[in-house]
Each structure stands twice: as structure tokens, then as C-alpha cells.
Design a protein around this ligand. Structure first.
Ligand SMILES: CSC[C@H]1O[C@H](OP(=O)(O)O)[C@H](O)[C@@H]1O
Length: 353
């Protein structure tokens, strides 16, 4: 059994597992240009909030290697332009902008372009390593919160391939499997891109975790019929008040958890919090192309030209969230007050001194 990975810096190159080809093909891609990285993020070849941030960070380093400028000022301007370009690849996951801004802050220290190139790559590697450690710690906290609970539902893929390793919502299942802890995971297929059916099922099977696939519409019935004891999901952006953007369909599960009286957990690293965003109303929700809904593969399932609304995310209000599981601890109660306390963060200013 193994925990799958989706991003590597190998022999000086950025290599990703092409998640659009899973589960039937294991296809690795080397992203050689900033355009390659943008396209991989936009088309969900690499996806998942933390993984998007890691890929963008390496993308900035890859792009910088191609700049041969007369001055360090010109180099820094070119890097700034690259960051703005990559930052437009997907709007909802705050990890993308967070990673790019962290690299821009780091590279400002460079006295030469060559030093700047080294700083960018070192910081990208640091973000990659930190995320793996964060996800492992999230898994530990989630295991403690799920003590005595076996039957758990999830949606989309907040797994190892959506992060550096382990995942966020799926981290307790991967760690639990290593320790003989039994879980029965019920994975919503997650239309329209099928991250649940294609990615979460595949990923948990690689790790030897008992996983059952259901359609999104089966969630309410399944919670009752199978005695689901908790729901755990990932996040793409968590506002200062705890409102959480995650894959479309997550709000449905939060409402169902409230109706059934079972806990609804969000698992996410500190890099997914955006304290400059006061509430969920301010979170940009990505809308994607109609064909994701009107077609399955190349097969149309709706009349051609059908009008479509295709939001890729929804926002779960904080009052429906039982706890937010982070690498720095489990946040409950008054999220507005407890988020900065637990994460030791100020709005937009990073760690407390
Ligand atoms: C730890 S992954 C977080 C989040 O990202 C996924 O969205 P997408 O597949 O569109 O990148 C999903 O919302 C996951 O929960």
C-alpha cells in the first residue's frame, strides 16, 4: 500500500501527476514553462488548494530561470509579472496567491538576479516540505477528533494528490490505515469533474482504505441508511469568520450534517485561511465551462447549446461547521476570535512576531 503523490521537483524539473488522466492512466508531466504551469492548474491536471499553491511556487521558480535581465530591478519586475499571470489561473483557492506572495516577499531580498532565482526555488521547496508536515499534523488532529467513529463521508478529493502528501480531509484515513485504524469512507462522486469517483476512490484504494462510492444525490439517504457518524471535507479558502469555500456540493453536506445531528469537519492548513476576507460573501467563486456539465467525456448528456450554471465551489457558513482542523490545532466555537488565536496569524500580515 502506498500514499500517492502528485508533485515532485526532480532533477531540476517540476513533475506532476496528470490528475485529469486518473484513475485509468498514471501519466507524469514535466512542466517546463510558466504557460505549462498555468495550463496545468487551469485544466486541473494539478488541483487541490495546497497543490495549486505548491505548483505555482515552483512555476515562478521555473519561469525565473528564463529571465536574463540587465539589472536585478528588471528581474524583480519580470518575476512580479509572472506572479500576476499565474495568480489568474484559478480564483478561489487562496493558497495560489498566498504561495506567490510568499515567494515575491522572499525574492525582494535578492541583490542579483541569479541570487533571486535560487531564493525562489528554495522557498518553493520550503512551501512543499511545510505542506507535507502540515497535512500529516492535520491527520493526527483529525484522528483524535474522529476517535470512536468509523463511518465517515467526504466530497471531492482533499487527499494526498491535492497536497504535498497525506491530504487534509483524507489525511486521517491514510494515517489510520498505516496504524490499523478501521474506517469506512463514503465518497461522493463529485460532479461535474468527478474528483470523488476518479481521485478519492483511487487514492484511498492505493492506501488500503475501505471506500464506498455514492452519487452526490445519494448523500442524504446514505447518512441515514449507513449510519454515517461524521462528515469531513477540505477547503479552498476560509474567511476570517470561518465561512468556508470548498467544492460545489459541500454546502449540501453541511446542511445534511446539521439536519442529521452529526459533526461536520473542515480540514485545512493555515495557508488556506484568508483573514483579509471577512466572510464567505467576499470569496470569489470560480465558474467553469458548460461542457463540464453538458458532457461526460466527449459524450453529450444534455441537448446541445443548453444553458448552464457551473460554479466549481460553494460557501458553507461558519455556523454549520463543527470544527476546523489545522496543523496548529482544532478550531471550534467563535471562529472569528479563535482562528487568529490558534493560527497565530494577523489579517494579511502572516505570523505574529
Ligand atoms: C486539499 S484540496 C482542497 C479542495 O480543492 C478541491 O477543488 P479542485 O478539485 O477544484 O481543485 C476541492 O474543493 C478540495 O476540497
Amino acid at each position: 500500500m502506498s500514499i500517492p503523490l502528485s508533485i515532485a521537483w526532480t532533477d531540476g524539473q517540476l513533475v506532476i501527476l496528470n490528475q485529469q488522466k486518473l484513475p485509468h492512466e498514471i501519466d507524469y508531466l514535466t512542466l517546463e514553462t510558466i504557460e505549462d504551469v498555468y495550463e496545468a492548474i487551469f485544466t486541473l491536471k494539478v488541483r487541490g488548494a495546497p497543490a495549486i499553491g505548491i505548483a505555482a511556487a515552483y512555476g515562478l521558480a521555473v519561469a525565473a530561470r528564463r529571465h536574463h535581465t540587465e539589472t536585478v530591478e528588471a528581474f524583480l519586475e519580470a518575476v512580479q509579472t509572472d506572479a500576476e499571470y499565474l495568480g489568474q489561473s484559478r480564483p478561489t483557492a487562496v493558497n495560489l496567491v498566498w504561495a506567490l506572495e510568499r515567494l515575491l516577499e522572499t525574492v525582494k531580498k535578492a541583490e542579483t538576479a541569479e541570487a533571486g532565482k535560487a531564493l525562489l526555488l528554495e522557498e518553493a521547496k520550503r512551501i512543499h516540505q511545510e505542506d507535507e508536515a502540515s497535512c500529516r499534523q492535520i491527520g493526527e488532529y483529525a484522528l483524535s477528533l474522529l476517535e470512536g467513529q468509523e463511518r465517515v463521508m467526504t466530497i471531492c478529493n482533499a487527499g494526498s494528490i491535492a497536497t504535498a502528501k497525506y491530504g487534509t480531509a483524507l489525511a486521517p484515513f491514510h494515517l489510520g490505515s498505516e496504524r490499523g485504524r478501521k474506517f469506512e469512507v463514503y465518497a461522493c462522486e463529485t460532479r461535474p469533474v468527478f474528483q470523488g469517483a476518479r481521485l478519492t476512490v483511487w487514492e484511498l484504494q492505493q492506501s488500503g482504505v475501505d471506500v464506498t462510492l455514492i452519487t452526490d444525490s445519494m448523500a442524504a439517504h446514505t447518512i441515514g441508511a449507513k449510519g454515517i457518524e461524521a462528515i469531513i471535507v477540505g477547503a479552498d479558502r476560509i474567511a476570517a469568520n470561518g465561512d468556508t469555500a470548498n467544492k460545489i456540493g459541500t454546502l449540501n453536506l453541511a446542511i445534511l450534517a446539521d439536519a442529521y445531528g452529526i459533526p461536520f469537519y473542515v480540514a485545512a492548513p493555515a495557508s488556506t485561511f484568508d483573514l483579509a476576507t471577512r466572510s464567505g460573501e467576499e470569496i470569489p467563486i470560480e465558474e467553469r465551462k458548460a461542457e463540464e456539465i453538458t458532457h461526460i467525456g466527449n459524450q453529450p448528456v444534455a441537448p446541445l447549446g443548453t444553458k448552464v450554471f457551473n460554479p466549481a465551489f460553494d460557501v458553507t457558513p461558519a455556523h454549520l461547521i463543527s470544527a476546523i482542523i489545522t496543523e496548529k490545532g482544532i478550531i471550534q466555537g467563535d471562529f472569528q476570535r479563535n482562528i487568529p488565536e490558534v493560527l497565530n496569524l494577523y489579517a494579511g500580515k502572516g505570523e505574529k512576531s
